[in-house]
Design a protein around this ligand. Structure first.
Ligand SMILES: [Zn+2]
Length: 475
């Protein structure tokens, strides 16, 4: 082991990133965001190296994972005398030395999310929580170390090739479009400890400076528009809608972008100030409708993920399989402490949709006094809305989605295009209605019949067997 290889992978976030501090899931505070960014001891946001190592490990072919990244496993060949399997640990040849985040010159982003109340088709009052986000353009450096016998190493070449095809997603919230990152460059510094120069470099230089100007650039991003290579579209394309009335997806605050209190409920905007429909809003509305559709056609065993008093998503039905699930927030364990967060990530991925060609207006409202008629005192309020714009809905998937959910999703989208369900706040006041653009209307018309037939076929076969989550899409 006389040659040390240091690899520096430079990544860039192409969308917002959510790297919540682990303590954030259990500690509530009114002073801080519910889901603050993980920070180091100096208060700077930071991404733990272990999460990146885990992502890179997942990206490696299954049969190479143990050789590259080590493993801790029960070894059946090493049965101890008492009959128990011994735990064997293989150290990882690829070691993560550290990470560093460099934030661009934009204010920290916060985003609020709510759960949907099915009966009011609007956000539930108590479910608002916000999340501190890393802005797009955040740079992330990752240092890796490999030790080999020689300066030429097939292992190093393999890791570089692996990095080159990596599509890392940093942090949480992946199914609602957070954490998309792209590899910008990989630098390789060989430190040959059998040479005086190499030894001096190793002994006198430490930390990030180990990768100096003698490092070779072994990967460089090709110049291309857009972000990281994306997962495939579920329906082969983005779906196009236009706003028929007005859309209000609030930030939950009245402070404008400069931080002043404006007295107007602000809409959500991206880092460039463009109004957006966040992936989480699409996902919430469509999930609620998919559950509703499957239950109303009598396909049982579909949970009600946002019903009052229910235990939250079940984790066993086809909807949970496609959309993911978590233990309901605020659930208490038997000893009164908040329960640990458990759950599984969904297969469907919903990206943020910027509103194109929309105009932002402020609408004034007044609450009506039901008893005396007329306006109630001190009941004037205003909200910002986006009007006349259009949005593209990007639904992607990274694993097979059950046929049943795909069919129900088509019908849910048809309901969205018909205005039967709306998106964002104030849907009971007529906000949030969308209409499909021509190509999407044609596609929905064509898909609808197939979707209805799929549900019908399941209903007949279900007389015998209940629908449970399966590994592959049911036939
Ligand atoms: Zn479920």
């Amino acid at each position: 082991m006389s040659v040390v290889h240091i690899l520096l992978a430079e990544l860039e976030l192409t969308g917002p990133g959510a790297v919540a501090a682990p303590e954030a899931h259990t500690v509530g505070s009114v002073l801080r965001p519910d889901l603050p960014l993980a920070r180091d001891g100096w208060g700077n946001p930071y991404v733990p190296g272990t999460s990146l190592a885990g992502s890179l490990r997942q990206h490696a072919p299954r049969e190479r994972r143990r050789d590259l990244f080590g493993e801790v496993f029960k070894d059946p060949d090493k049965n101890a005398e008492n009959g128990r399997e011994e735990t064997t640990a293989i150290a990882s040849p690829v070691r993560v030395l550290g990470t560093r985040l460099t934030l661009p010159e934009v204010p920290a982003m916060r985003r609020r999310r709510t759960a949907v109340d099915r009966h009011r088709a609007a956000a539930k009052a108590t479910t608002l929580h916000d999340r501190e986000l890393l802005p797009p353009g955040t740079e992330l450096a990752l240092w890796l170390r490999l030790d080999t016998e020689t300066t030429e190493s097939a292992l190093v070449d393999e890791v570089v090739a692996l990095l080159g095809t990596w599509q890392p997603r940093i942090g949480g919230g992946r199914t609602t479009g957070y954490g998309r990152a792209e590899l910008v460059a990989v630098r390789h510094r060989v430190v040959d400890l059998s040479t005086p120069g190499g030894l001096r470099h190793w002994l006198t230089i430490g930390g990030p400076d180990l990768v100096d100007d003698q490092a070779a650039v072994v990967y460089e991003r090709a110049q291309r528009a857009g972000g990281a290579p994306d997962e495939p579209y579920l329906f082969g394309m983005a779906l196009e809608f236009r706003i028929t009335d007005a859309l209000h997806i609030g930030t939950g605050t009245f402070a404008d972008r400069s931080g002043r209190r404006s007295g107007v409920a602000q809409i959500l905007r991206d880092h460039e100030g463009i109004p957006v429909v966040p992936g989480s809003a699409w996902k919430g509305v469509l999930r609620a409708r998919v559950e509703f559709i499957l239950r109303s056609v009598g396909i049982g065993d579909v949970c009600i993920s946002v019903e009052d008093g229910a235990s939250g998503s079940c984790g066993a039905c086809v909807v949970c399989e496609a959309f993911g699930w978590t233990e309901r927030a605020g659930t208490m364990a038997d000893d009164g402490t908040p329960a640990k967060t458990i759950g599984a990530r969904g297969r469907l991925l919903f990206a943020d949709s910027p509103v194109r060609e929309g105009s932002v207006r402020v609408r004034n409202h007044v609450a009506i006094d039901r008893v005396f008629g007329g306006a109630r005192d001190e009941a004037l309020y205003a909200d910002e809305t986006v009007e006349d714009g259009h949005v593209a809905l990007h639904i992607r998937h990274d694993k097979a989605v059950p046929d049943l959910v795909r069919a129900a999703l088509v019908l849910a989208l048809a309901d969205l295009a018909d205005g039967a369900i709306g998106i964002g706040g104030g849907t009971t006041r007529g906000y949030g209605s969308l209409a499909a653009q021509r190509t999407t209307t044609d596609w929905l018309t064509a898909e609808r019949t197939t979707a209805v037939n799929t549900l019908r076929a399941h209903r007949t076969s279900e007389a015998h067997a209940p629908v449970h989550a399966t590994e592959e899409a049911p036939a």
